[in-house]
Ligand binder design. Sequence first.
Ligand code: G4P
Length: 528
Amino acid sequence: MSYKSEIEKRRTFAIISHPDAGKTTLTEKFLLFGGAIQTAGAVKSNKIRKYATSDFMEIERQRGISVATSVMSFQYKDKLINLLDTPGHKDFAEDTYRTLTAVDSVILVIDSVNGVEEQTRKLTEVCRMRDTPIIVFVNKMDRDGKNRFELMEEIENELQIKLHPLTWPINNGKDFKGVYNLHDKNLILFTANTKASDEDVVQIGDLSTSLLDEKLGEKDASILREDVELVDGVYGPLAIEDYLSGKIAPVFFGSAINNFGVREMLDNFIRIAPVPQCRPTTDGAVCPEDEKFSGFVFKIHANLDPRHRDRIAFIRACSGKFERNKYFHHVRLNKDIRFSNPYSFLARDKDVIDEAFPGDVVGLFDTGNFKIGDTLTEGANFYFTGIPSFSPEIFKEVQNKDPMKTKQLEKGLLQLTDEGVAQLFTQFGGNKKIIGCVGELQFEVIQYRLLHEYSASVQFNTLPFFKACWITSNDEKKLFDFARFKQNNIAEDKDGNMVYLAQSEWFLKTEITNNPEIEFHYTSEIHK
Ligand code: G4P
C-alpha cells in the first residue's frame, strides 16, 4: 500500500464525555463493529471513578491495565481507526486535555437525560481552543430525557457550538421508536438490545409515504414530518468544511447500550472525519505527507511497581514513517535514540510494531528520557507547538519530612512532573515548592510514589489558591514590579515562566483590571 493511502485510511480520534454519559459503552460498540473484541464487557476501561480517594492504589492498578486500551486500533470497512481513550475520572482531566492534542477529531457523548454537564463544558472548551472537529452523540434515548429541541438549544447555548443533526429521533424513553437518517433519508427502527439489522432500516424516499404511518403510527409519523421540515428548513445540508474547521458539530441520536444509532454514526464518521492533519511547529506546519518522520509525546504512563521503573511514552506520529531500530533525533536532549521494542496497542497482530504512519500512536519504553511535549524527528530541530499546560485547581506546598533525602525529593518531583502527573511551581524569590493538580487524588499518588520510588517522604500543606495564570508583558519593568509587589502570589513554573496564583475569581479580576499592561493567560504553551 502506498504511503499516501496509509495516511488517508487513518482516522485518529477520542470519545469524550462527562462521566456516566456512556463513553465506555460506546467505545465497546465501536470495537465490536471493528471486530477488535468479540463480546460486550471486554473493555477494561478507565472506569475508575467509582472508587473513593483512598483506593488510589486500586485506581492506579486499573490505570496500569488500561494502558492496553489507551489506544484502540481497529479496522472498520476500509479505514484504520485509532481511538484514543481518555480517563473518565475528573482528577485525571489533564491527561484527557493532553490526549486531545494528539487527535484529529472527537466524538462528544451527551446524556439525553442530564444534558450538558461540567466535564462536557470543559472538554468542549479545550476542543474549541484548537478548532478540533466535533461530532455529538446524544445517548440514552431509551430513557425519558429532555425534549429534543430544547436539548439542541441547551447544547448550542452552553457549549457555544453550532449543531447540525444528521439523524433525528422519534420520541424517547419507552416510546422511543428510532431515528430518521436525514442524510440517507431512511428510517431506522429501534429494537432494544439488538444490533440494528438490515430489516430494521426502512427506505423512505419521500416522507409523505404512507409507509411512514404504517411503521410509526399516524401521530408519530406526522410529528416526524413536521420535525424534519423544521430541521431541514433551519439547517439545510451539512457543509463538511464547517465541520472540519470546528464551526459546526453534526449530531446523532441513539442508545449506546442498545447499540442503536451507533452504526449510523460510525459510517458517517468514516465518511466525514478528518484524515491526519498538518500540525504547527516552531518551524512552521509539518504535514503527514512530509517524508521525514516527526512526532511528539503527549502522555507518559509510569509503572507503579517499584521493581519496574520503566515508563511508556506515547508518541503521536505526525509525518513520515516511524521504523523500529532506526535512529531518531530527540530534539530537547539533542540526542539520537533508537527503539527496539516500539509498542502497539489493542487489536494489532502483535505487540511490537515495525513501522507506524501519521495518525498512529506508538508506545516507547522509556527510562526517563521523555517528558510531555518532547519531539522526535529525523534530524530536524523543531518542536510541535499547541501542547498547552492548563491551570491546576488545587495547590499545595511540599514539605520535606526527611532532610537527608532532599536530593531524591528534588529528582522525584522533577520526574513526576515531567510525566505530567502534576505541575511544579517555585515560589518567586524563594525556594518553596508548590505542586498544582486538577484533583486531590494526584497528591496521594505523588506522596506514595515519592516514598516508594525515591525514598522521599513529604507532607502537603494546602495553599489558598484556586487558579494559576501565566503572566507576560511587553513592559519588563511593569512585570517585575508587579511580581515584587505581589510576591506571595507569584511563582515560576518549571520552565521559568512567571505565574500569578490567584486566591479567588474576584482577586484575579481585580488584578486584571488594575494591571492593563500585564497579560494573564489561563494556559501556557509547552513550546512557543
Ligand atoms: P462512561 O464511560 O461515560 O462513564 O459511561 P458508561 O459507558 O460506563 O455508562 C454509564 C452507565 O450508563 C452504565 O450503567 C451504562 O450501562 C449506562 N448506559 C450507557 N448507554 C446507555 C443507553 O443508551 N441507555 C441507557 N439506559 N443506559 C446506558 P451503570 O449501571 O452505571 O453501569 P453498568 O453496571 O451497566 O456497567
